[in-house]
Ligand binder design. Structure first.
Ligand code: CUA
Length: 182
């Protein structure tokens, strides 16, 4: 906002200085370039997850997650006996987020495709898969569905990266990727 009114009230009809016009054109072209980069990077960057989102009630999501855990549990881990669940390759797999855990632990096979469903039971949580650079927001009332094909065996940590309460920092989950041929 200017302190004083412009000398000529119809200032937008005044001729534009060449230098100013040049800069406007440069800025505009640069803006177009940056926009084009987004489109280019979408196709070549391989950083975009193929995800879908659907509305779902937390109870329904919990039911499906528990049913899957009951059916495909292979063992239990830790003091709390959190189940390690290994659903068949190619199937729909469920992991829920709630204060302050990701449940259950999943065991997936390398080079097999899954549809990974994620949702929250209470508040917004983050889903950060380490050591890869995958970051998502997990909301209650919606399920995020990712088509994933793990390409490296190992132990992956799921870290909550949205502040969700006093024990937010302790909210960690796990996904194992194993080689079925071994
Ligand atoms: Cu869940 Cu922070």
């Amino acid at each position: 906002m200017a302190l004083t009114s412009p000398e000529k009230r119809i200032w937008w009809n005044e001729p534009l200085s060449k230098i100013e016009l040049t800069w406007i054109v440069i800025a505009f072209l640069w803006g177009l370039t940056m926009f084009g980069t987004m489109v280019y990077w979408h196709f070549t960057g391989e950083q975009n997850l193929s995800n879908e989102a659907y509305r779902i009630r937390p109870e329904v999501f919990a039911e499906r997650t528990e049913a899957q855990a009951e059916k495909y549990k292979v063992r239990e881990e830790g003091d709390t006996g959190i189940p390690v669940v290994k659903p068949p390759a190619g199937s729909d797999v469920y992991m829920l987020a709630r204060r302050y855990e990701f449940w259950p632990i999943l065991e997936l096979e390398k080079d097999k495709q899954y549809r990974l469903h994620l949702s929250s039971m209470d508040v917004q949580h983050g889903f950060s898969l380490q050591p890869t650079n995958i970051n998502l927001q997990i909301h209650p009332g919606y399920e995020m569905v990712l088509t994933v094909k793990p390409n490296k065996t190992g132990e992956y940590s799921v870290v909550c990266n949205e502040y969700c309460g006093v024990a937010h920092h302790a909210m960690v989950g796990r996904i194992y990727v194993v080689d079925s041929k071994k």
